[in-house]
Design a binder for this molecule. Structure first.
Ligand SMILES: NC(=O)c1ccc[n+]([C@@H]2O[C@H](COP(=O)([O-])OP(=O)(O)OC[C@H]3O[C@@H](n4cnc5c(N)ncnc54)[C@H](OP(=O)(O)O)[C@@H]3O)[C@@H](O)[C@H]2O)c1
Length: 343
């Protein structure tokens, strides 16, 4: 077996120990010490360096049928991570290699090598970009714009959740794909300032300052052609109101309802879909992995050339991971939410 350093015998991992109702609390999670298992044939042992925090994880805490199975109670949760191979029993992977894989929420992971992807070579970009704008986050934005909304030269595009990871990438990519005007909404004056001053949006809306339905028509005097929806609820209702005839909606997520104990009211104007002949389509990034190489070929150079800004909120220490996750759900983050582990 190829092994780089002495491997600790135990490591910490976050377990879900109770199913949250509404907003999760600390009592729903436990950070537990577990044995670190040496790899068997075809496996690698990875020391995680960065853990990804993503809103869909909230859905996996519920015991409900969905497109991904729920987290099991009293087991380590999973999620994207980037780490360094410590020991390998697999061809093609050696100690020291950096890989991305789906066994996050823990310090060490022993996994079949087929789940460990070496980081693609896309020039001088930070390692963390592989969990953000060059990872699942960026691919989600790309799929929503290219494949679902089919953004065209000259489109007016509105992106909600634009201060976050997917939304920040989506707004910037829409511009690079030829949009004539890009409007973003986010919570708070500072996030909205950054949209126009740092990410190149044409207009920003602070949805906490006044109802989104009042502010969007002012930001979009000629209507919008595309809505990239991360929020749902009142934001989707506001977008339907201002969408132009034959407008397209890429429904990516609806975070305004993820911690709700009752379904949110609305949108109350779905009849507009008929009169305006709108196309409203949900999508899952996991259905579009075949676009990954086209995505990396197009977006990688934009990032390396500085045409795309990668923003992230990094929290240090595995013991902070649950607080950081809850902070992300409340909007503490700008850009991609990550946890950095000691290495
Ligand atoms: N379809 C897919 O395959 C796919 C893949 C990845 C992500 N997604 C979805 O994409 C969306 C964004 O995910 P992300 O990873 O980029 O997370 P993120 O946007 O970086 O973080 C979540 C953000 O949601 C905002 N938020 C929370 N509650 C809100 C509310 N009631 N109304 C409006 N905004 C609210 C917060 O920002 P503010 O400060 O602005 O409130 C927070 O920063 C989520 O809906 C997620 O489920 C879908």
């Amino acid at each position: 077996m190829a092994q780089a350093t002495t491997v600790p015998t135990t490591g910490r991992a976050w377990h879900l120990i109770a199913r949250p109702v509404g907003w999760p609390t600390d009592a729903d999670f436990a950070l537990r010490e577990e044995p670190v298992r040496q790899p068997r044939a075809g496996e690698v042992l990875v020391r995680n360096r960065y853990l990804s925090l993503d809103p869909y994880m909230r859905g996996r805490m519920n015991d409900a049928r969905s497109y991904v199975p729920p987290f099991r109670l009293d087991e380590a949760m999973t999620g994207d991570a980037v780490g360094e191979v410590l020991a390998s029993e697999a061809e093609g992977l050696a100690p020291g290699d950096l890989v991305s894989h789906p066994f996050g929420w823990r310090e060490f992971a022993t996994l079949p090598a087929r789940y460990a992807s070496p980081l693609p070579a896309v020039g001088e970009v930070p390692v963390t970009a592989h969990l953000g704008v060059l990872g699942m986050t960026g691919l989600t934005a790309y799929v929503g714009l290219r494949e679902i909304a089919k953004v065209r030269e000259g489109d007016v595009v509105f992106v909600s959740g634009a201060g976050g990871a997917v939304g920040g990438a989506a707004g910037q990519l829409a511009r690079l794909m030829g949009a004539s005007r890009v409007i973003g909404s986010a919570g708070g004056a500072e996030k909205v300032r950054a949209l126009t001053e740092e990410l190149g949006f044409d207009a920003g809306i602070d949805y906490r300052a006044a109802p989104i339905g009042e502010q969007l028509p002012e930001a979009a005097p000629k209507g919008i052609d595309v809505y990239f929806d991360n929020v749902g609820g009142d934001h989707l209702e506001a977008a339907l109101d201002v969408l132009n005839v034959h407008g397209r909606v890429a429904v990516c997520g609806s975070i305004s309802g993820y911690n709700a104990t009752r379904p949110p009211t609305g949108p109350r104007n779905l009849q507009l879909i008929v009169g305006k002949r709108l196309r409203v389509e949900g999508f899952l990034v996991s259905d579009h992995s075949e676009l990954r190489s086209a995505f990396l070929a197009e977006v990688g150079p934009w990032l390396a050339e500085g045409k795309l800004v990668h923003r992230e909120t990094v929290t240090d220490g595995i013991e902070q991971a649950v607080d950081a996750f809850l902070g992300m759900m409340r909007g503490v983050n700008t850009g991609k939410s990550l946890v950095r582990l000691d290495g």
